[in-house]
Ligand binder design. Structure first.
Ligand code: SDX
Length: 383
């Protein structure tokens, strides 16, 4: 950026880099310590010893649940897993080649008017908490059954005994998922659930800050997460790993990519200048999966890419990189990776929307105008 712009406008920062846009009590990213805490709890502890349901409760209600509170919450989620038939009718109307991120964005748009609290004002906090539970409960049902519909299969009914990870995996395949698969999926949902003022969460806050509704905030979040610079990176990272294919081709591939100034998907982060704490945990899980499945090539390719990126550019993998090959090893179709991010992040988006509305102020930044000014209008016949 030219020196004059920054001298002239010291408040201007492209992409709002480094700009503080709000105060929150939901999560804290410590870039120097490569740590992430949700409501003060380390995300590794939540992933290792807790569950996605405990994490969603913690985010929405601001504290870890007691056993009875968690049982009650699980019953609430189970009772809300079903979606109206209209959602499936809409998904069936979409072209077969529709990307699952466009399908889930459409599904939430159709779902909104069926919410029993649809008519409640945006500032009705209790209604927003009830909506948040419904949104968290239904996201996985709509992603998985949307996948069935695009494959010409009928949607399945959720099973009340399934948690969020099991519900998604069961509906997607029609079979009871193996315990290990559920455990990895559940941990990834916890790691993906929340991450401060990232692009999609901030977009969600901007939306509800106009006193629009929570569902509109969720639709905004999905549309924003879709991009390859954000949530779409996990799908792109897997395409890259499949293109590289074997560890012996990795070094030449990354040398060529960096020579060509390519952005390596799944690497780099606006906030983490050292390692993304979630990537540290998920890399361990993904590599263990590789050994278990007898396919360690992606972990081996990862080592080569990570070493080169750190040495050449001091850039580290973010959560999307290990998530990519962990999901691949679980047999998940690559274009469902970002929708899985949605299944997790609806907890974070809903929580931020509720926090924004509890102490709201319209979000409306300024911009530097560099266009023409005071031009004389020229009649059409004289142009
Ligand atoms: C997520 O914000 C969040 O919290 C997001 C997220 C969440 O949980 O919500 O963590 C989820 O979105 C993770 C990020 C997923 N995206 C990717 O993996 C896409 C690839 N990454 C890059 O596009 C990039 O790292 C960003 C977009 C993530 C961050 O970019 P910045 O902060 O805008 O940094 P930049 O693009 O200005 O890059 C600074 C320098 C540049 O070099 P120079 O031009 O100055 O020489 O670093 C280079 C960039 O070229 N660089 C990369 C790179 N990322 C940055 N070079 C190669 N490959 C990369 N991935």
């Amino acid at each position: 950026m030219s020196a004059t712009i920054t001298e002239k406008y010291p408040n201007y920062s492209p992409g709002l880099e480094g700009v503080i846009a709000g105060i929150s009590t939901i999560s804290e990213i410590d870039s120097d310590r490569s740590s992430l805490q949700y409501r003060g709890y380390d995300v590794h502890d939540l992933a290792e010893y807790g569950s996605y349901e405990e994490t969603a409760y913690l985010l929405i209600h601001g504290k870890l649940p007691t056993k009875s509170e968690l049982d009650e919450f699980r019953k609430l989620l189970a009772a809300e897993r079903e979606v109206p038939e209209a959602v499936y009718t809409a998904l069936k109307a979409l072209p077969k080649e529709t990307h699952p991120m466009d399908a889930i964005r459409t599904a939430f748009s159709v779902l909104a008017p069926f919410d029993p609290d649809y008519e409640k004002p945006a500032t009705d906090d209790a209604a927003n908490v009830r909506k948040a539970v419904r949104i968290v409960a239904k996201a996985g049902t709509m992603v998985a059954n949307g996948h069935r519909i695009r494959n010409g299969l009928e949607p399945l009914k959720p099973k009340p005994e399934h948690n969020t990870a099991q519900n998604f995996l069961y509906l997607m395949t029609g079979e009871e998922p193996p315990a290990k698969t559920v455990q990895v999926m559940d941990a990834s949902l916890t790691l993906y659930a929340e991450h401060g003022f990232n692009a999609s969460t901030f977009a969600c806050r901007v939306t509800v800050a106009t006193l629009s509704d929570l569902y509109s905030g969720i639709v905004t979040g999905i549309g924003t997460l879709r991009g390859p610079l954000h949530g779409g990176a996990n799908e792109e990272a897997m395409k890259m790993l499949l293109e590289i294919d074997t560890p012996d081709k990795a070094q030449a591939w990354i040398d060529d990519a960096l020579e060509g100034k390519k952005k390596i998907m799944g690497f780099g982060h606006r906030e983490y200048k050292k390692r993304d704490s979630r990537a540290i945990y998920l890399t361990k899980v993904a590599k263990e999966l590789g050994v278990e499945k007898g396919d360690t090539r992606f972990g081996d390719i990862a080592d080569i890419l990570e070493k080169t990126m750190e040495e050449r550019k001091n850039i580290h993998p973010n959560v999307d990189f290990p998530a990519a090959y962990a999901y691949y090893l679980l047999g998940i179709p690559t274009d469902l990776y970002t929708p899985i991010f949605v299944i997790a992040r609806v907890a974070g988006w809903s929580t931020h929307a509720i926090e924004q509305l509890r102490n709201n102020r319209l979000i409306r930044p300024k911009c530097i105008y560099e266009g023409d000014a005071n031009l004389k209008y020229v009649p059409l016949e004289d142009r």
